[in-house]
Design a protein around this ligand. Structure first.
Ligand code: B12
Ligand code: SF4
Length: 291
């Protein structure tokens, strides 16, 4: 059996003025391939980096969708389905808008792949793919499953390794897909599994693609103490309340942190309050502040 994993672009030049050139490895598909039984052949095509070879024989096409690439994903799905190849769609956008995705695929998968992907593969192998798979969300790669990073080789990605220390975030910003997808909860991986994943790849630069690396500051501090001996350089995404804790700031620096993407969203306190960007309880005071 052969599965073709596809990461769609925002659009192709002939259809769209904007083409994503982020050139970062698609971790979701690496994880999916890592969860796939070893007797299944896995190939990966990244529409952002290369042409998708629609006529190459395959038994199942699995596409990961974030909202900005949905239209392009449906175009790709249509090409494969016209050739009689079954298509399954998954990812944050499909999970949050299942009716839309279902109109363009043989099957949709709602939630994190870890929980039911093996069952999907078994169903596809036996030609009994179900129209929808409902799965939970939560801890990444239980048991230390390693993403298939070999599938990224030779495609021209930036030399930085993407991985996760956690998924989700405890905050309730009402514009945020992460808050809706993870229901205002952060799920943290066992430290040993993350350290093993760092050791199993050969780059010095890591992007922890956590939604809010510092959502639980005490857990983050414990992880950072163990990260120091790994001697990597890393970046992530985190909320601004980190600056209240000098011990945390020190551990960030000592563990090799080069910076965080921080969502300020607005400099207008009224706008911040309207979008529930932070609550007085979270701040431990009556102030509404920028997170
Ligand atoms: C890393 C990241 C980026 C990186 C790009 C990474 C890359 N490889 O190119 C950067 C920083 C560049 C980026 C940019 C943007 N991003 Co971004 N990004 C993320 C982030 C934080 C992590 C993605 C990731 O790797 N997750 C790790 C993998 C393992 O998890 P996963 O993708 O959720 O996949 C799991 C499940 O969803 C499921 N699954 C996924 N696909 C499939 C497919 C199948 C078939 C199955 C069965 C299951 C399945 O199983 C997987 C394993 O459990 C997500 C947040 C998030 N939690 O996903 C936002 C997120 C995807 N980004 C988002 C946005 C809006 C953007 C931007 C538009 C922001 C902006 N305004 O510029 C840009 C657009 C980028 C572009 N294409 O031009 C939104 C998308 C909203 C939505 N509803 O889809 C998210 C969800 C963040 C948010 N707070 O809402 N991003
Ligand atoms: S702090 Fe960031 S990740 Fe958390 S809910 Fe708000 S916008 Fe989303």
């Amino acid at each position: 059996m052969k599965i073709t994993f596809i990461m769609p672009n925002i659009g192709r030049q002939e259809h769209s003025l904007y083409v994503d050139e982020a050139r970062m490895e698609p971790l979701s598909l690496g994880v999916l391939a890592g969860l796939t039984p070893p007797d299944v052949e896995c190939v990966l095509y990244d529409d952002r980096m290369e042409e998708v070879p629609y006529d190459e024989p395959t038994d199942l096409v699995a596409i990961s969708i974030e909202i900005y690439a949905a239209r392009r994903a449906y175009e790709i799905a249509a090409e494969y389905r016209a050739r009689g190849v079954p298509v399954i769609l998954g990812g944050a956008h499909v999970t949050l808008f299942p009716e839309e995705g279902a109109a363009y695929a043989d099957s949709i998968y709602l939630g994190d792949a870890e929980f039911r992907w093996a069952e999907v593969v078994d169903d596809a192998r036996n030609r009994r793919l179900q129209p929808v798979y409902h799965a939970k969300v939560g801890v990444a790669q239980p048991g230390g499953v390693q993403p298939r990073r070999d599938l990224f080789k030779g495609k021209g990605y930036l030399p930085i390794t993407l991985m996760q220390f956690s998924r989700g975030c405890r905050f309730a910003c009402d514009f945020c897909a992460v808050s809706a997808y993870f229901n205002k909860t952060q799920y943290i991986r066992p430290t040993r599994e993350v350290l093993d994943e760092i050791a199993n790849q050969d780059r010095k630069y890591v992007f922890f693609v956590d939604d809010n690396f510092l959502s639980n500051q005490e857990a983050a501090k414990s992880f950072l103490r163990d990260l120091i001996p790994m001697k990597i350089r890393w970046v992530s995404q985190a909320s601004l309340d980190m600056t209240n804790d000098l011990e945390l700031m020190d551990l960030l620096a000592r563990s090799g942190c080069l910076g965080h993407v921080v969502g300020f969203e607005s400099i207008n306190p009224h706008s911040i309050k309207l979008m529930k960007k932070a609550s007085p309880n979270m701040l431990g005071s009556n102030r509404w502040d920028c997170y």
